[in-house]
Design a protein around this ligand. Structure first.
Ligand code: NAD
Length: 370
């Protein structure tokens, strides 16, 4: 099959670790456009889950056949609660079982959970084997498949164990978004919305004007949103691969969001839902600490609401939020660091007075404590 339009290509510039992101509608069925970009390897293991594999693994396997001596598939259980050592070990068991070596390539076919775990498996198996990201959720296409953050959760902290490890190639087939449940689409919109306030005000305006097209899955609107998001992520990661500085702004809303996810137990709220609500809290904190215009805070909140995301946090105790945020990776010596918008389209990372943080959480969460 050939594509109606040639795929868009965005390059992540990281010296020897540079790689392309290919974007296109129907990309999985058009291997001519990406075969030559695959790593030089003799065997492939497709890592997917019990939801995505039945939808897309056959198609991918078929397009890869002839290219590799063997193509195996492993179907992991589906869910954030399985992003852990036990599931990771299943990938290692399979690799060892199939005599995988350094000329084995992993394909991460699925959302961010599959992508993060597969990337970490690739980073650590035999001290590193190549992997290709084939993201099938909006969130994974606009964020998690790009930039090389890989890892798993610890019961006491989100993404606590992992590695920076870049994929060889990212294949974003926009057609896969049509089978995504509505709730997952909204979760992906959270990460798209994120890029505007912290980096690109014109993109924020565009998302605001097109949010109804995005929730209705208009292919042209989704294509633009995914492309611009990947361009921004590529620029930021190209400047700061290991989050020594500017890359931290991509965690806007995540400090609060990670506390929500861990506090409720992984899998209860989706990552994107927690980030959406976390951005409301972070925008309000930005108004208190950095003087961000209240009108812009309202626009952020309204856009998150229109994307179908929660704008009020769960009824955890404020102390519990703080306790969880202190174990966030951005915390330094127990001092919590927040990404704040200092003016629309620009962000900084800094601390905030505890009483102000407490007040923002109290104002933004649902009042009753379970
Ligand atoms: N590495 C990074 O930089 C980074 C960035 C953001 C988020 N993340 C991580 O990503 C994870 C969240 O990713 P996610 O939102 O993609 O969740 P997910 O991987 O759990 O996928 C969401 C759900 O959609 C299903 N699904 C996937 N593709 C589908 C399709 N095309 N059709 C139908 N169903 C489909 C999945 O099986 C799952 O049930 C979190 O663990 C988060 O920490 C990582």
């Amino acid at each position: 099959m050939s594509l109606r339009h040639p795929p868009e290509q965005i390059r992540i510039q990281l010296g020897a670790r540079s790689y392309p992101i290919l974007l296109g509608e129907g990309l999985l069925g058009a291997p001519d456009s990406w075969q030559e970009l695959l790593p030089d390897a003799s065997a492939a293991l497709i890592v997917s889950n019990t939801t995505v594999a039945p939808l897309y693994a056959d198609a991918l396997r078929q397009e890869l056949s002839g290219r590799f001596r063997s193509i195996d598939l492993i179907e992991l259980p589906d869910g954030e609660q399985y992003k852990n050592w036990e599931t990771l070990n299943r990938i290692f068991d399979r690799l060892i079982g199939m005599h995988g070596d350094r000329s084995t390539v992993l394909f991460a076919l699925g959302g961010g959970v599959v992508g993060d775990m597969t990337g970490f498996a690739a980073a650590s198996y035999m001290r590193g084997i190549p992997f290709v990201q084939v993201p099938t959720t909006l969130l994974a296409q606009v964020d998690s498949s790009v930039g090389g953050k890989t890892g798993i959760n610890h019961p006491r902290g989100k993404n606590m164990i992992g590695a920076f490890y870049q994929p060889h190639l990212v294949l974003c087939d926009l057609a896969t978004l049509q089978t995504l449940p509505d709730r997952e689409l909204s979760a992906g919109l959270a990460e798209i919305i994120k890029y505007g306030p912290i980096y690109d005000l014109a993109f924020f305006d565009w998302v605001e004007a097109n949010i109804d097209r995005l929730t209705a899955r208009d292919p042209a609107a989704l294509a633009h949103a995914v492309k611009r998001s990947c361009e921004i992520k590529a620029e930021v990661v190209g400047l700061d691969e290991r989050e020594g500085g500017v890359r931290a702004i991509l965690n806007f809303g995540h400090t609060f969001g990670h506390a929500i996810e861990a506090g409720l137990g992984y899998g209860k709220w989706l990552h994107g839902e927690a980030v959406g609500c976390g951005m409301v809290m972070a925008a309000r904190l930005s108004a208190e600490v950095c003087g961000l215009d209240a009108g812009f805070v309202r626009r952020v909140e309204e856009l998150i609401r229109r994307a179908g995301l929660p704008v009020r946090g769960p009824a955890l105790e404020v102390d519990r939020y703080l306790e969880l945020m202190r174990s966030d990776k951005k915390a330094q010596a127990g001092e919590i660091r927040f990404v704040m918008v200092d003016r629309p389209g620009s962000a900084v990372t800094r601390t905030a007075p505890e009483d102000v943080v407490r007040q923002v959480i109290a104002d933004c969460r649902i009042a009753e404590v379970a």
